[in-house]
Ligand binder design. Structure first.
Ligand code: CUA
Length: 335
């Protein structure tokens, strides 16, 4: 009967825990293997928990004090055989789980057979992610973006760095995360297996803007990936664009760079609260000052806001013409 109770409790716990999608969409080959490891661990843990709880409740009930019994119970000495058993069994269990985890880790870190692996740089900075596609990927100049785009079913090796403090590059749906550590380059590889858009999250408390240090990864077909790469290398703003076209391009850049996540701007319909309200602080400000606020945000900070919260990298990640367009748009929108 005790055995039946233990098995029933194990089954009940497993029935609740196993259907939970711990790794989100499980959108990578790695996530599938990690899911299996998790499931095995959950069932074993549920069994150990059930064993302890059922035996504990049984002992409490079976050996409870009878009314009128004032004795201390029989004197108990050690039981060597029992102690050996309850030391050896858990040790074997832990060794077994360690071995299995190690095999899974080895497996997901293994380099793919074909050398057709994408290499992408991931750079953390308070409080934004940027991604670098090297020349071998773009076929032209190195490309830096704020959105990660990956082709489906192709292994990617990320090289993760940081400009300041420790961040953590986490894609929950890929089931992979790793710290970005000052002075080090860390790596992990992933093979996205599902088309879609997934959040990129910073998983290490890194300062005031930690909670907004988010980006996204778009997993697309190879052809779409190539089209996107080609698009990125052509300027978003045509050479010699008129003022209206510049303002329109600037509005798009405001949206695609995620500026509205931190800033309120009525024209863009954004309501971010992390940084100053642009409708207020940019009103009547000239273009040179707006440009400085974007490129060197800590040069002069709006009252009530701290230094180092807005990324200082826009001067590098935006091209000159993009910057011109963004400035033109902000000037126009806050007139
Ligand atoms: Cu970067 Cu938290």
């Amino acid at each position: 009967k005790l055995a039946a109770a233990i098995i029933a409790l194990t089954a009940a716990i497993s029935a609740v825990m196993l259907p939970i999608r711990w790794t989100g969409e499980a959108a990578s080959a790695e996530a599938d293997k990690i899911d299996t490891l998790l499931d095995v661990t959950i069932v074993i843990s549920a069994f150990v928990f059930s064993l302890v709880v059922v035996l504990l409740i049984y002992a409490l009930w079976k050996f409870r004090v009878k009314p009128g019994d004032e004795s201390d119970g029989p004197p108990i000495h050690g039981n060597t055989r029992l102690e050996v058993i309850w030391t050896v069994l858990p040790a074997l269990l832990i060794l077994g789980l360690c071995t299995y985890s190690y095999i899974v880790l080895e497996d997901i870190e293994k380099a793919p057979a074909a050398a057709q692996e994408l290499r992408i740089g991931v750079h953390g900075e308070q409080f934004a992610w940027t991604f670098t596609y090297p020349e071998e990927v773009t076929g032209g100049e190195e490309l830096t973006t704020t959105e990660l785009v990956l082709p489906v079913d192709r292994s990617v090796r990320f090289s993760i760095t940081t400009a300041d403090v420790i961040h953590d590059f986490w894609v929950p749906d890929f089931a992979m995360k790793l710290d970005a550590v000052p002075g080090l380059t860390t790596h992990y590889r992933v093979t996205p297996t599902r088309l879609g858009t997934y959040p990129v999250v910073c998983a290490e408390l890194c300062g005031l803007g930690h909670s907004v240090m988010r980006s996204r990864v778009r997993v697309v077909e190879q052809a779409e990936f190539e089209r996107w790469l080609a698009e990125q290398s052509t300027p978003a703003v045509e050479e010699g664009a008129g003022p209206d076209e510049q303002v329109a391009a600037g509005k798009q850049i405001f949206a695609s760079e995620g500026c509205g996540g931190c800033h309120t701007l009525a024209d863009a319909g954004s309501g971010g609260q992390i940084g100053p309200n642009l409708d207020d602080v940019l009103k009547g400000v000239d273009e040179a000052k707006i440009r400085e606020d974007i490129v060197d945000p800590d040069a002069q900070i709006a009252a009530g806001y701290g230094a180092g919260i807005m990324p200082s990298t826009y001067g590098q990640t935006l091209s000159d013409s993009e910057l011109d367009a963004l400035v033109a748009y902000l000037k126009e929108a806050t007139k």
